[in-house]
Design a protein around this ligand. Structure first.
Ligand SMILES: Nc1ncnc2c1ncn2[C@@H]1O[C@H](COP(=O)(O)OP(=O)(O)OP(=O)(O)O)[C@@H](O)[C@H]1O
Ligand SMILES: [Mg+2]
Length: 526
């Protein structure tokens, strides 16, 4: 008889339901798998046969054919072992649907098998369980090791199984195993990693700049001599960003699930990710890739921070690939096996020294670089990338008194409260537009959102002429000014004042001492 069993797969971050059919035909004994299987699926033939034998089932001396549909999706991974084995047993008449406690046509099976019949963990379980629930299935069998990530999904009975015997016993109603309790929102607590802004002494201007950046999700570049706290500040940015929503947590966890980077403790990622890839990272490592697409660092940072430390050391061509995804919030990777899309809604945080010795432009004239070297060093940073950075932060050396002072620094929680208030104003303004923050405003939205008082208009005109502002720089100043305004008012369409424009221009021009006029063309204010 033809047995039909359901499973699920995921390509990129897109899950889909797979239908497996098994039939026993007359002819040469053996097992055939059809439906565009890749090498991993063909290998499952061996594992399923061994697992069946070890579970005490003799193979019939017949020709067994297993078909995976839809045929036009290239299936990868070993998650089809468990459904294949189930389809096999039904087609052999060893599992009679009429005698089962569960309706197999309402079940989804996911899991790799070991030769002895253990069910092993697979990648991408979270998006697959979401898909099964959305498609109206009643029950899903997942590997026991994937239970925690699956348990956040509501609306479907989830049975984690450790081996074939356990699955068969649940199917037959001979087990008192219960589906896992849904734990969804229980895990939305903000795990404390111990990193807090209160640990950073002084640097008030830099902290204010980072607060504005967090409030509008603006990308930032920190410049300063060695050891002044740039990396320290960057690592603490997630602690001042708004707390993750449940939906953001599920989306980020799904990326980690597909990438195979969830460990047992990582049931649901509830803290914004902070990814800091080394400057030797390859293009594929940063944006995702390999012959079968996998999420890269930019997607692993989704809903969090991507930190590029020592920005001038990165390969320009590697960084240039970030341009488009930084604007769109997603990245599409084309490969022979298909095109995968991953989210990458990130806040980009970069840090650099101003020159190879690190002290160019700092107090006391300590720079030991030969003339021309600092300019050359800083100009290694890709212009188009700089174009996408709204805020430049000066991080000067902190003096002895500040480091020794017993002054209580403001905590991340206090800063986050103001950031969340500013985000609430943005949410009101952008309701129904799909725009999430000021940094992502398009020019049409800006027309309505960035109206100026007459005084602000006059100041902006003056600054525009004096600093030879490019059109791009002009837009960035307006976006940042809008964020400065959102931190002081509840009115989402309030006019921007001189104060807001002045602060935004300062946040953009403070670092110009490091660039020479010959670097023109990057669209920066000079
Ligand atoms: N403002 C500060 N308050 C308290 N400690 C600080 C401060 N700045 C630096 N430190 C101390 O100095 C160490 C080095 O700082 P950090 O690594 O952030 O420097 P950096 O600016 O990233 O330097 P580099 O340019 O060499 O990467 C920190 O781990 C911290 O212990
Ligand atoms: Mg550093």
């Amino acid at each position: 008889m033809v047995a039909t069993v359901y499973s699920a797969g995921v390509f990129g971050l897109e899950p889909y339901i797979v239908e497996l059919q098994a039939d026993i035909l007359d002819g040469k004994a053996g097992v055939d798998i059809v439906g565009l299987p890749d090498a991993a699926v063909s290998e499952s033939r061996q594992r399923v046969i061994a697992a069946l034998k070890n579970a005490g089932f003799a193979l019939p001396p017949k020709h067994v054919i297993i078909n995976l549909a839809p045929a036009d999706i290239r299936k990868e991974g070993a998650m089809y072992d468990l459904p294949m084995l189930t389809a096999f047993l039904i087609s052999m008449g060893r599992l009679r649907e009429s005698e089962l406690a569960l309706n197999v046509s309402r079940c989804v099976f996911i899991g790799e098998l070991s030769l002895s019949g253990q069910v092993r963990r697979v990648n991408g379980v979270l998006p697959m369980v979401i898909k099964a629930a959305q498609s109206g299935f009643e029950t899903i069998f997942v590997p026991a090791e994937n239970a925690l990530e699956a348990a956040v999904v509501e609306g479907i009975n989830i049975y984690p199984v450790a081996d074939v015997a356990e699955m068969l016993s649940i199917l037959r109603g001979g087990s008192d195993a219960q589906p896992v309790a849904n734990v969804g929102r229980l895990f939305m607590d903000d795990a404390d990693d111990g990193l807090d802004f209160s640990q950073v002494s002084g640097l008030f201007a830099a902290k204010r700049a980072l607060e504005i950046a967090a409030a509008g999700c603006h990308n930032v570049l920190m410049i300063g001599p060695p050891g002044t706290g740039k990396s320290m500040l960057a690592m603490r940015i997630p602690s001042i960003l708004p707390k993750m929503t449940f939906e953001e947590a599920v989306e980020t966890t799904a990326v980690y699930s597909v990438a195979g980077q969830l460990n047992e403790d990582n049931r649901l990622i509830t803290v914004r990710p902070f990814r800091a890839p080394h400057h030797t990272i390859s293009q594929a490592g940063l944006t995702g890739g390999s012959s079968i697409p996998r999420p890269g660092e930019i997607s692993l940072a989704n809903n969090g921070v991507l930190f590029l430390d020592e920005l001038a050391e990165y390969d320009r061509r590697t960084l240039d690939v970030l341009r488009q995804p930084l604007e769109s919030g997603h990245i599409t990777i084309g490969r022979a096996s298909g095109t995968a899309t991953y989210p990458c809604k990130i806040m980009l945080v970069c840090a650099t020294n101003p020159c190879p010795c690190g002290y160019y432009g700092s107090k006391g004239g300590k720079c030991t670089c030969a003339p021309g070297v600092p300019e050359k060093y800083i100009s290694r940073i890709s212009g188009p990338l700089l174009d996408r950075i709204d805020i430049h932060v000066d991080v000067p050396a902190v003096d002895f008194e500040t480091l020794r002072s017993k002054r209580k620094e403001e905590s991340s929680a206090e800063i986050r409260e103001r950031v969340e208030r500013a985000r609430a104003v943005q949410a009101k303004r952008f309701e129904g537009t799909g725009i999430t923050c000021n940094a992502r405003m398009d020019s049409r939205t800006m027309d309505a959102a960035c109206r100026l008082t007459p005084g602000a208009e006059k100041l902006l005109r003056e600054m525009f002429d004096r600093t030879h502002m490019s059109a791009r720089a002009y837009n960035r100043v307006l976006k940042v000014a809008r964020t400065c305004a959102d931190m002081t008012t509840d009115d989402p369409f309030s006019e921007l004042t001189e104060e807001h424009i002045a602060e935004a221009v300062a946040l953009h021009t403070r670092e110009m001492k490091y660039w020479t006029p010959s670097d023109k063309g990057t669209g920066m204010v000079r």
